[in-house]
Design a protein around this ligand. Sequence first.
Ligand SMILES: Cc1cc2nc3c(=O)[nH]c(=O)nc-3n(C[C@H](O)[C@H](O)[C@H](O)COP(=O)(O)OP(=O)(O)OC[C@H]3O[C@@H](n4cnc5c(N)ncnc54)[C@H](O)[C@@H]3O)c2cc1C
Length: 393
Amino acid sequence: MKEIHSNINIIGGGLIGAVAAYSLSKLGNKVVVLEQKPKFNNKKNLDKRTTAISEGTKKFLEEINLWNEISKYSEPIKKIQIIDRYQSNKIYFDNQRRKSNLGYIVKNEFILHCLYKKLQNQKNVEIFNNVSVKDIFYDGNNIITKQNKFYVNTNILLASDGKNSSIRKFFKTPIYRKDYKKKAIVINFYHAKNHHNTAYEFFFKNGPLAILPMQNNKSDFQSSIVWTNTNKFINSLFSLDDKKIISILNEKTQGSLGEIKKIITKQTFPLKAHLNSKFFENRIIYLGDSAHSFHPIAGQGWNLGMQDVESLYYLVKKYNSLGLELGDEIFCKEFQKDNFFKAYRLYQITDKVDSVFKLDNTIFNHARFSAINLIEKSKKLKNQISDFAMGVN
Ligand SMILES: Cc1cc2nc3c(=O)[nH]c(=O)nc-3n(C[C@H](O)[C@H](O)[C@H](O)COP(=O)(O)OP(=O)(O)OC[C@H]3O[C@@H](n4cnc5c(N)ncnc54)[C@H](O)[C@@H]3O)c2cc1C
C-alpha cells in the first residue's frame, strides 16, 4: 500500500481543519488533509448556517492573508441589542469607543469556499476527500494512519473532526459533556426593513433567539435567526409550512426588521456541549469542536477553535524556526497550557448565561431586570462584556 509522508496530518477539513491546513502550510510544512465528505463544491453538502466572526478572529485571518477574501462575503455588526423578553428591558452595545465593528456575519459555505480556493494554490497541501481513517498506530516517533488505499506517516496529527470526533473515540480521551435536550433552528430569510447592521438577541424562557444581519441580496434585506427551544417545540416548528413559521417569527422578533417576507433556508441542530479532559494524546492535538463545543448562545464556538489554531500556528512557527520536530510531549503540553483554560471558561460562561435567562419567577425576573438596568447604565461593565464578545480581552 502507498505511504505518504507529511509533517502534519489533519483529520477533518471543516471550518477549523481547513484554516489550520492553510495557516500551517504557509509556514512551509507539508500538510495532508483527510476529509470524509466528498469534494467541497458539492452543493448538497453546504452548511447554510452563518458564523459571527469576532474581531480577535478577524485579526488572525488578516495575519494569514485570508481576511481580504472572506471580508467580501461578510456583513459587519455595528450594534447589538440584548432584549430580556420585551423591548422595554434591554442592553444596547455599539463600538464607538474602539472605532471597530462588533463582529462580522458570514455564511459558513463562503468561509469554506474561500479556504478551499486558497488551499488549491498551496503546493505543499494534499487534500483527500471521501476517506476515513481505518486504523492509527504510534511507533514511538511518528503517527501512522491507515486508510483504504494508503497510509499517512506524520510527525503530528491534528484531530479537527468535529464534536463527535472519531479520533477522540479511538483514543478513548475522556470528556465532560452536557446534553441541553434542546435544539436550535437556523432560518435565513428576507425582511422588509433595513437591519442597519444591528444584531438582536432576545432571551425567552425556553432559550435565546438571535437575529444576525446578513449581506443584502441585491435589493433584498437578509438576516439569519438562530432560535433555541425545546426539542418538541423546534420539531413542530420545523414541520409547519413557511407561512405559519413566518407568522410565529413576526410575533417573536417584535417588529425589529419589519415584516418577514420569505424563508430562504431552514436547518435544525441538537444542542450539546462538551470539553475534553485534555487536548492532546501522543503526537495528537485536538482542535476546534473535537476538543470543545458550546451552547451557541454567544456564537463563540468557531472563534474559540480559531484561537486554538492561532496558538498552534505560533507554536509551530517557533518549533520550525528552531529546527525542532513537531509534536513531542513538550509541544503538546504547551498547546494544552495555552488553550485548555480558555475553553473551560467559555464552557462555564455559556452554560451559566443560558441558566440565568431561563429562570422565570417573580424574584429572578426582578433580579435580572435590575442587573440588565445596571449593565445598561455602566460603561465599564458594557465595555468588559463587548471586549469579551469581540475576543479582544
Ligand atoms: C446553531 C449553531 C450556530 C453557531 N454559530 C456560531 C457562531 O456564530 N460563531 C461561532 O464562532 N461558532 C458558532 N457555532 C459553532 C461552530 O459552528 C463550530 O464551532 C464550528 O463549526 C467547528 O468547526 P470544526 O471544523 O471544529 O468542526 P466541524 O465544522 O464539525 O467540521 C468537522 C469536519 O470533519 C469532518 N469529519 C468528521 N469525522 C471525520 C473522519 N472520521 N474522517 C475525516 N473527516 C471527518 C466532517 O465532515 C467536517 O468536515 C455554532 C454552532 C451551532 C450548532
